[in-house]
Each structure stands twice: as C-alpha cells, then as structure tokens.
Ligand binder design. Structure first.
Ligand code: ADP
Length: 342
C-alpha cells in the first residue's frame, strides 16, 4: 500500500557477516525462486545476522518478528483498532511485508502456537496470498516478498514443534556455532579484542557446549562470547567479563556456575610453561582439581573417553596431585574427558 514507508525497513549499512560455507549462494538461489526458507540452529549462532546481511545484499526491506507463545494470528496479520473516529484496520507485520515485498523473518517461530503459524501457509505455496478474514480482503503478495523462519531444534518438544504441513513448505538451512578460526575472527571483530583473547573465549565456549544435556540446556553462544569480548575491550578484567557474559546468564545452578567459573579461570590463566611461576602452577592445579571434582558429579554418560579434553594438550605438565585426581576421575565427565594415567 502506498501509505507504508518501506524505507524504514531497509538496512542502510552493510552488516558484518562472516560466511561459514556456501550459505550465501544457497540463500540467494532460494530467494531467486522466492522459496520460503527455514534456518535451524542454536541460539546466538548468527541466524539473524545472516538474514540481515542477505536483506542488505539483496537490497530488500526486512521485517523481523520475534515470536512468542502469547502471539496470536492477529499479531501477525493485523486487527481493527478503536480510535476516536471509530474503528481502523491496522496491518500486522506479515501483512505489511507481503504488501511492500519485504523479507519477513519470523524468529523462533516454534514458540508461536500452531494455530498462529498456519496463517503463513497460503503465503508459502503457489498462492502467495494472505486472506485478511476480519477485514474481508485478500492480499496478493508482492513479487519480492519472501518468508524466512528460524528455530532452535534443541528446544523442540512434542508440544512445541512445527507441524509437518508447515515444515514441508520451506527449504531448510542448518546453522551451528562456527568452527574455531572463524568464531575467533567473529569475536575479535565484533568484540574489539585481540586474537589471543578471542581465541581463549572460543575455547571456553567450546567446552561449555559439550555440557549441553549434561547439566546445561545450551552451551555459550557466539553472542555471549561477543558480549564478553566487548566487556574486556571496555577495560573490564577478563575473569569478571566472563562471569557476567558467559557464566551468570547460562545457569542458576550454583555447582554448575562454580564449574564454569573454574573452567573460565583455567583457560584465562593458561600461559606458556616457561612463563608460569610456581604459584601459578599451584593455582592451576587447584583449579584443575576443582573442575575435575565438579565434573565428577555429573553422571558419566558412558561416552568415549576420547571425547573432547580441554586439558589434554597440557596434561603432562599438570601438578602431580592433579594427575592423581584425574586418574581417579577417569571417565567422560559431562564434557570434560579426564584421561586415565597409567
Ligand atoms: P541467532 O539469530 O542465531 O540467535 P544472531 O544472528 O543474533 O544469533 O548472532 C548473535 C551474534 O553473534 C551476532 O550479533 C554477531 O555479533 C555474532 N555472529 C554470529 N555468527 C556470526 C557470523 N557468521 N558473522 C558475523 N557475526 C556473527
């Protein structure tokens, strides 16, 4: 409609997006076919940033809707509002996007009730239309309109999943936390820290991600790493920054918090062997003991002991008492594998 200012939805500056594979070409091809796209992946791994980047690259307006369980179909489509002159129809974001030819991004769509998500059906097949039943209007989608949804398969449950009839209207793209070098680059760029600090933050996050399902619902996201880096770049000491950005938001369980804090501490104080003083070695050993002790309390899942071991590369220079603790705790202990010493 002519009275909608589509310019407000245009992304003016190129968002920083570090591609991790062929996702840009894939999305471009899907957009050219006006195929609805589903982005799957854990929270804070770059899905929204990717959509912003693609909207900028394609020079299309972007309308983002954060979905939640209280959302109704009217919140998407529109409703009559009362004002002093009587009733007035107000388009919802989906209707606006269909009219102006925007990319409509429904973030965390699985949070919305199923009866809400079905309103997108006629827009996602050959019809490309949106019936506004209350208003008695059939909106034909603008040729540039495209719908994109995101969701985190980790949160899925039987109660909260998309219907097959919804899922099978989308092309799917899997997202995950980027591999080490790329994530380090992102954290460095977004957080304004040096490569060494960014690398340590990524190392910490990778360990926490192994704890998913072993006491944590989710590991530390790239988003949280960026927060931690931003605090460091503002002059906050790295330990406090990690506590605020990485540990506190993730869990309320005091044991798990202690464990994560100890792991953070351990990684942040990781310095070359030659540079380490006796006191540092001892402190490191105490921390190791603490981490191992805490993880021992996470029931072993019988997983391979060859699974990720953050300390493996350093295990030979552990303090002797730590070796003793480690051999006693030999198992896959919730993400930290402790190698059995002979
Ligand atoms: P999601 O939508 O998956 O929850 P976001 O797109 O909001 O996550 O990503 C969170 C933050 O992580 C972004 O604001 C950005 O700083 C950073 N980020 C993650 N992946 C990338 C990437 N590939 N390129 C650039 N920044 C990224």
């Amino acid at each position: 409609m002519s009275d909608i200012n589509s310019d407000q939805y245009q992304i003016k500056e190129e968002p920083y997006y570090r591609s991790v594979g062929n996702e840009v070409e894939m999305y471009q091809a899907a957009y050219d076919a006006r195929m609805p796209v589903m982005l799957k992946g854990p929270t804070g791994c770059g899905k929204s940033r990717f959509v912003e980047y693609m909207a900028y690259k394609l020079n299309k307006p972007l309308i983002t809707v954060a979905c939640n369980e209280d959302m109704t179909a009217s919140d998407l489509v529109g409703r009559f509002l009362l004002d002093i002159n009587g009733t007035k129809w107000q388009d919802g974001p989906l209707t606006v996007a269909a009219r102006i030819g925007a990319i409509c991004y429904l973030d965390e769509v699985v949070e919305a009730r199923q009866d809400t998500t079905v309103v997108i059906h006629p827009l996602t097949d050959h019809r490309r239309e949106l019936p506004l039943e209350k208003k008695g209007e059939l909106v034909k989608a603008h040729p540039d309109f495209q719908i994109v949804i995101s969701y985190n398969p980790g949160y899925q449950s039987l109660m909260k999943d998309l219907k097959q009839s919804t899922k099978q209207r989308f092309g799917g793209m899997d997202f995950d936390y980027p591999e080490t070098e790329i994530e380090t680059e992102i954290v460095q760029h977004e957080g304004g820290v040096d490569a060494d600090t960014a690398g340590k933050l990524v190392q910490i996050a990778q360990r926490s991600r192994n704890l998913k399902g072993h006491g944590l619902d989710e590991g530390m996201s790239t988003r949280l790493l960026v927060y931690a880096a931003q605090l460091v770049s503002k002059g906050i000491d790295p330990m406090s920054a990690c506590q605020m950005a990485l540990v506190t938001p993730l869990t309320d369980d005091p044991d798990m918090r202690d464990t994560l804090s100890a792991a953070v501490h351990l990684f942040l104080m990781r310095v070359g062997r030659r540079e380490r003083t006796g006191a540092q070695t001892k402190q490191r050993a105490q921390l190791m003991t603490h981490v191992v002790y805490r993880f021992e309390r996470v029931p072993s899942q019988g997983l391979s002991t060859r699974a990720v071991n953050p300390f493996q590369s350093a295990h030979t220079d552990w303090y002797p008492s730590v070796l003793a603790v480690c051999s006693a705790a030999s198992a896959y202990l919730g993400g930290i594998c402790v190698r059995r010493e002979p």
